[in-house]
Design a protein around this ligand. Structure first.
Ligand code: GLN
Length: 488
């Protein structure tokens, strides 16, 4: 696979290093200075790896000939703190892993470093990626760079805030039920949930294994596609991965002639959608038509009605199994106790926050003997039905569009007392996750001065089509969302 040329933002950075106009160390210093100045107010980062990043940048500068043609030489990246980084604390925003230092890198991180990227730190997230606002972090919430009293969304809220606040041009997140797209929407970034199986989960702290995906967050569609091209593909360390059927094509922009765009009624007319969000999304859909696409209505009735209940059985069931490993014996937190049983109990009581505990209880119940068929088994069958409903829609349409989030960024604390209100944030993103499909968030306007995101969903392995649609829209909209605090 030939590596495509980098996009403007990354290209600027990379070209400046390649031509010798700037050193990787200079870029790294500048980035770290921005992080020190802005991050105390935002808390996008848990851990800033300043010394490691500077040492790495110095290595790149020293060995310029070797790194000259690498795709990301000297480009700073931020990594969600549920991806393992060798020698760097990786917490999944849980007290359980507060002191955990992994002995290896996640494959996605290793691929970025092999491409010449410089990891500048680990970003805040909801505990074990469970949440939609980053408020479930055991280390305090992240604030939205557009309005500091609002959440950046979640669970990859730190990654989205870091990119929106220009603390890093690129970041990695993970998406189980919407955790890349929803924060990207609330912060005004481009974010991709890739097709299940295209990006390795080796070294990703597991939440719900049949749903978890790693993906890119960037400032524009080309950078997002570029980052995806670097992390995607088969990995021998993760048997669920596949090789991409076609290389990633960096989108040039242009018209959308020949493209069939479906507008699922239930996802676009849902009562939870705020009027300002609806308007911005409708304008973007109209623009698809102006760009030459054929736009038509369709329906996903079962996906919207049963997606949430199905997800909130499957995800907690798998989470309860994945979190069973945190018992105080092998790694992470260990409580002091008189005997082994008490040690297990106290470790889990002290180490897990409320949301993981809630899901462990629901999930253990759903998997228990006598209930398995009625709950987990039944949810898996419903999931197959939802997948078929999407397959049917893709017989008539190449992509489906809707708001990514029914609302703009909400106030910190607004939903923390009501888990169901928090779960409802992912109404629009969950159905495609259950169906294993890729989805892209493209910023499409502002409502109440806050970013609105358009979600573009496609069949499996249709990332190139999503990038094409996203790029065409981003150019036609001419919208480069910059938080007011940063606009000069
Ligand atoms: N908000 C959803 C949840 O809490 C999705 C989280 C995610 O995608 N990691 O499960």
């Amino acid at each position: 696979m030939t590596t495509p040329a980098p996009s403007a933002t990354i290209r600027d950075l990379r070209e400046s290093v390649r031509s010798g106009a700037r050193s990787a160390v200079e870029i790294c210093r500048e980035t770290l200075a921005r992080v020190s100045a802005s991050d105390p107010a935002l808390h996008a980062f848990h851990t800033v790896t300043a010394d490691r990043a500077l040492a790495r940048a110095a290595d790149l500068d020293r060995d310029r000939d070797r790194w000259r043609d690498a795709p990301l030489t000297g480009v700073p990246v931020a990594i969600k703190d549920n991806l393992c980084t060798r020698g760097v604390r990786t917490t999944a925003a849980s007290k359980m892993l507060e002191t955990f230092v992994p002995p290896y890198d996640a494959t996605a991180v290793a691929r970025l470093e092999r491409a010449g990227a410089v990891v500048i730190g680990k970003t805040n997230c909801d505990e074990f990626a469970m949440g939609s606002s980053t408020e479930n972090s055991a280390f305090g919430p992240t604030r939205n760079p557009w309005a500091l009293d609002r959440t950046p969304g979640g669970s990859s809220g730190g990654s989205a805030a870091a990119v929106a606040a220009r603390l890093a041009p690129l970041a990695l997140g993970s998406d189980t039920g919407g955790s890349i797209r929803q924060p990207a929407a609330l912060c005004g970034n481009v974010g991709l949930r890739p097709t299940y199986g295209t990006v390795s989960r080796y070294g990703v702290i597991a939440f719900a294994s049949s749903l978890d995906q790693v993906g890119p967050v960037a400032r524009n569609v080309r950078d997002c596609a570029y980052l995806y091209s670097i992390i995607a593909g088969r990995d021998l360390c993760d048997s669920t991965t596949v090789e991409l059927p076609a290389p990633v094509a960096l989108p040039e922009g242009g018209d959308l002639k020949g493209l069939r765009v479906g507008v699922p009624r239930e996802l676009n007319e849902h009562e939870a959608i705020e009027p300002g969000v609806r308007e911005a999304v409708q304008r973007a859909i109209e623009l698809c038509r102006e760009l030459g696409a054929e736009v038509g209505e369709c329906s996903l009735p079962l996906s919207v009605e049963y997606g949430m209940p199905c997800y909130y059985l499957i995800a907690p069931a798998e989470a309860s199994s994945n979190l069973a490993r945190y018992d105080g014996v092998r790694f992470g937190h260990r409580a002091s106790a008189h005997d082994r049983l008490e040690m297990y109990e106290r470790t889990r009581d002290e180490g897990f926050g409320d949301e993981p505990k809630r899901r462990i209880m629901v999930g253990t119940y759903a998997l228990s003997a006598g209930y398995y068929d009625a709950f987990y088994g039944q949810a898996q069958k419903v999931r197959t039905v939802l997948k078929r409903e999407h397959d049917d829609a893709f017989e008539r349409f190449d992509v489906l569009v809707s708001p990514t989030s029914p609302t703009v960024a909400f106030k910190l604390g607004a939903r923390t007392d009501n888990p169901l209100a928090m779960y409802a944030c992912d109404l629009m993103t969950i159905p495609s996750c259950l169906a294993g499909l890729p989805g892209l968030n493209v910023p499409c306007g502002l409502s109440e001065g806050l970013p609105v995101g358009l979600q573009v969903i496609g069949p499996q392995f249709s990332e190139n089509t999503l990038f094409r649609v996203g790029r065409a829209l981003e150019l036609a909209l001419g919208f480069d969302p910059v938080p007011p605090r940063l606009a000069r």
